[in-house]
Write a protein that binds this ligand. Structure first.
Ligand code: PA5
Length: 462
């Protein structure tokens, strides 16, 4: 894999004069650079002291041999891999699969797939869960289940686990059911770890100090990827290559610092809506992953003054959402900054056939070397970028030379590395998610969990 195949950041449409008052002058970005430089130095020092543990994952590669071992042991005997998890314990798995295997992967016959079919539940919707379980339940003996929960306490994942375990035991008996279950959880803490010890399940570890939404490059994301034939070492190599770039102490040369600065300044200047719009079906679930990463990490109450801060991440898909969202994006409130993801060379790029001579509305699509689906998609991206510009809407582009393990690993690491920088700009802790707690406690209350009989005091009538 070409190591020089690096993502490219293009920010020309944030400083462009045609944006008028919505431009972000380079001078304003520069004015923040001393502060960002000191943040980068702080992060580098904290990293040496053992913080920001996600940054070390691609270097240390914890449990890589165990992950490969489990994948090798089970691939031949597995037609279906079912991942039970939610949020940071599911979104990365989905994003890797969508980016790095064909969109028809699960429909292909076994000899055309690189591994088992993959189902990531990521919810407790009864109809969805029953549909997946009924399908894989046609042959539980060739289904492997990977339960993923860092805390080992998450209600949705526990419910999925209880349901699946019961179905497996009914079909296979206790011993065989146990052999088809792999649990990824904390090394020592939590109910899932206790169950692993009690039942003797095979298990992997969510590394200490790595939160769910920063864990895709650990056993959390890597087992399902490896099972499905994704080159997980190339993915980690991509992240290592990006680490060199985002470790640059100079904010002007550091793309994580540059995107973080642009996003922060725009949010401060009336553009709190941050739309990520990949012009690639393969990258669409990376936008979903990004949405969680930004939302849970940056949407916080700032301790110093109690202010509610953070941008609102939005996912869209080009060209599909040109026919759904772009009307709003151009004429609705000018409160958004766009990140367009562009792919220079697609893995395949069918030529559009020329037919219907004399009918120009059909003819131009297949004319000349421009007449491919990939060229059309990229023309639509360029068109949207300029159409946004014409409406004074700023955008940046992250350009993928190709979509492969190396570039996807870079992208993940780039966006993860941006988060602590932005956390420090906002003055918040990007690694916690305190506001998620109340909903969890209320669910325990509604579901009759012992100890939660009284509704929490936050919602009790005055
Ligand atoms: O990013 C996070 O920390 C969360 O989204 C968690 O991943 C999610 O709540 C699931 O938690 P757990 O892995 O503990 O089951």
């Amino acid at each position: 894999m070409a190591v020089d195949m690096m993502l490219e950041l293009d920010t020309r449409y944030v400083a462009d004069g045609r944006l008028g008052g919505h431009a972000l002058p380079e001078a304003d970005v520069k004015a923040l650079q001393p502060k960002v430089a000191s943040i980068l130095a702080e992060i580098a020092a904290e990293r040496k002291a053992g913080r920001h543990r996600f940054r070390e994952l691609p270097h240390e590669r914890p449990q890589l041999a165990e992950i490969r071992g489990i994948a090798d042991d089970y691939r031949g005997s597995t037609d279906n891999l079912v991942v039970l998890g939610i949020g940071g314990s599911a979104l990365g798995n989905i994003a890797l699969q969508t980016a790095l295997n064909p969109s028809t992967y699960n429909l292909l016959p076994a000899n055309e797939r690189r591994g088992p079919r993959l189902f990531v539940l990521d919810n407790v919707d009864p109809v969805h869960c029953e549909a997946v379980l009924s399908f894989v339940g046609r042959n539980w003996s060739r289904t492997l289940v990977n339960v993923i929960s860092k805390s080992g306490e998450t209600a949705e994942t526990s419910a999925q686990f209880l349901l699946v375990r019961d179905r497996m035991i009914r079909a296979l008996g206790e011993k065989k059911a146990r052999e088809r279950m792999v649990v990824t959880t904390d090394a020592a803490k939590g109910t899932m770890r206790k169950i692993v010890d009690q039942e003797g399940y095979r298990s992997l570890i969510v590394p200490d100090g790595v939160g769910g939404r920063f864990s895709v490059l650990s056993a959390v994301g890597l087992l399902s990827a490896a099972m499905c034939g994704i080159d997980i070492e190339a993915l980690l190599d991509g992240a290592v290559a990006m680490d060199k770039v985002v470790s640059d102490a100079d904010p002007a040369a550091n793309p994580a610092a540059r995107i973080g600065t642009i996003h922060y300044l725009y949010e401060q200047r009336g553009k709190p809506m941050h739309v990520m719009m990949p012009y690639s079906q393969q990258l669409k679930d990376l936008a979903d992953w990004y949405r969680q990463l930004y939302a849970e990490s940056l949407g916080k109450i700032r301790p110093s003054d109690g202010a509610n801060v953070g941008p609102t991440p939005i996912k869209a898909l080009g060209a599909t959402d040109q026919h759904s969202q772009v009307q709003l994006y151009r004429e609705g409130p000018n409160d958004k900054v766009f990140t367009l993801l562009e792919v220079e060379a697609f893995d395949c790029d069918p030529k559009i056939p020329q037919a219907f001579e004399g009918i120009e509305a059909m003819q131009y699509l297949g004319r000349s070397s421009r007449g491919t689906l990939g060229k059309l998609l990229n023309a639509e991206k360029a068109a949207t970028e300029l159409a946004l510009l014409a409406s004074r809407r700023p955008s940046i582009t992250v350009r993928f030379p190709r979509v492969n393990e190396h570039t996807v690993g870079q992208f993940i690491y780039l966006y993860e590395s941006m988060i602590p920088i932005m956390g420090k700009l906002y003055g918040i802790d990007p690694y916690d998610q305190p506001a998620v707690e109340l909903g969890k406690v209320l669910t325990f209350h509604f579901m009759g969990r012992k100890g939660y009989e009284e509704p929490p005091k936050e919602i009790q009538p005055k």
